[in-house]
Design a protein around this ligand. Structure first.
Ligand SMILES: [Fe+2]
Ligand SMILES: [Fe+2]
Length: 345
């Protein structure tokens, strides 16, 4: 990795590379080559929010009043347990495994922004656990103690471990493929599949006007995660385009299998969250949903769709579209958003 080098001549943007760049060092942001990375960065900045800006009074009331059934409380608890440590796994993988091997300044600029957002997301779970007076040890130990969460996380941590090996390099075909697998495992699978049943479950409460503080926080997280996923897809497709030799038929098959395995893990997780149906949600609907989003993720990196299932929660796409509109969010975040997007001409 070249962080500094003696300049012998000025570079052109065209010489920049996403991995294994030998021509341009990572301190030279301009001229930009990967405009998509810069756009994701400015979009992320325009969405700035903090969990503490969301009032939790109504949630505290609902949680303490006994208004929710045991099954409903179980759904909330499981999702707090999954997300509380998943955010941190994503943040650590970004900083320890991904950042070092992405040899491009504009992508690193985005990764720094994303890393901060993952810290904000972790902060959210601390704030929620604190506000509701939940057992901190119970929530933050679920990734060890709840098997369906532990299996999703073990699937991810194995990918980080591989890249952290002291002998790891993206200079070899095998190393570069392992790095691509890490990106697919975190952006496409963790942030693009493993997060989504949780989004549906928690936002279902919000739709019934229950636990709206947590619901609003999940809307902000979903909005951020949409950009994380889009950046990840652009990065994966960019590396593929620059290094087509990595994208062998065998590698493609392995990635499809990886996504299929992840879908099964996610279905076990959904069934574990919903042993009995609540709020019109049940494990069967989640089978269709998880398969549907897995297909969407696969096709975005040029892999064949596997399931052909339809989306049983069309309101989720509406939620995501609404999130792009300025006035959707009713708290101060809206002001940040407009201040960040002011035009002076
Ligand atoms: Fe996150
Ligand atoms: Fe994320």
């Amino acid at each position: 990795m070249n962080t500094t080098k003696t300049p012998t001549r000025r570079f052109t943007a065209d010489e920049k590379r996403l991995i294994n760049c030998n021509q341009v060092d990572v301190n030279q942001l301009m001229p930009l080559k990967y405009n998509w990375a810069w756009e994701h960065y400015t979009n992320g900045c325009a969405n700035h929010w903090m969990p503490t800006e969301v009032p939790m009074t109504k949630d505290i009331e609902t949680w303490r009043s006994g208004q929710l059934s045991d099954a409903e409380r179980h759904v909330i608890m499981r999702n707090l347990g999954f997300f509380s440590t998943a955010e941190s796994l994503v943040g650590n993988n970004l900083v320890l495994a991904i950042f070092k091997h992405v040899t491009n300044a504009e992508c690193r600029q985005y990764l720094l922004r994303q890393a901060f957002e993952e810290a904000v997301h972790s902060h959210t779970f601390l704030y929620v656990v604190d506000s509701l007076g939940l057992d901190e040890k119970e929530v933050f130990n679920m990734y060890h103690e709840v098997p369906t969460i532990a299996r999703k996380d073990a699937f991810e941590t194995a990918l980080t471990r591989e890249v952290l090996d002291p002998n790891f390099t993206t200079d070899t075909m095998q190393g570069a493929q392992a790095f691509l697998k890490n990106l697919i495992g975190y952006y496409l699978i963790m942030e693009g599949i493993f997060f989504y049943t949780g989004f549906v479950m928690v936002l279902s409460f919000h739709r019934r006007n229950l636990m709206t503080g947590i619901g609003e926080q999940f809307q902000y997280i979903l909005r951020d995660e949409t950009i994380h996923l889009n950046f990840g897809i652009d990065l994966i497709n960019g590396i593929k385009a620059e290094n087509p030799e990595l994208w062998t038929a065998e590698f493609q098959q392995q990635m499809v299998q990886h996504v299929r395995d992840a879908v099964e893990l996610e279905l076990e997780y959904a069934a574990d969250c919903l042993p009995t149906g609540v709020m019109g949600l049940n494990a069967d609907l989640f089978r269709d949903y998880v398969q549907h989003i897995a297909d969407r993720r696969l096709e975005r990196i040029g892999l064949p769709i596997q399931y052909g299932s339809s989306n049983p929660f069309p309101w989720m796409s509406e939620t995501m579209d609404l999130a792009k509109e300025k006035n959707f969010f009713e708290t101060r975040v809206t002001e940040y958003q407009s201040a960040g997007s002011l035009s002076w001409d």
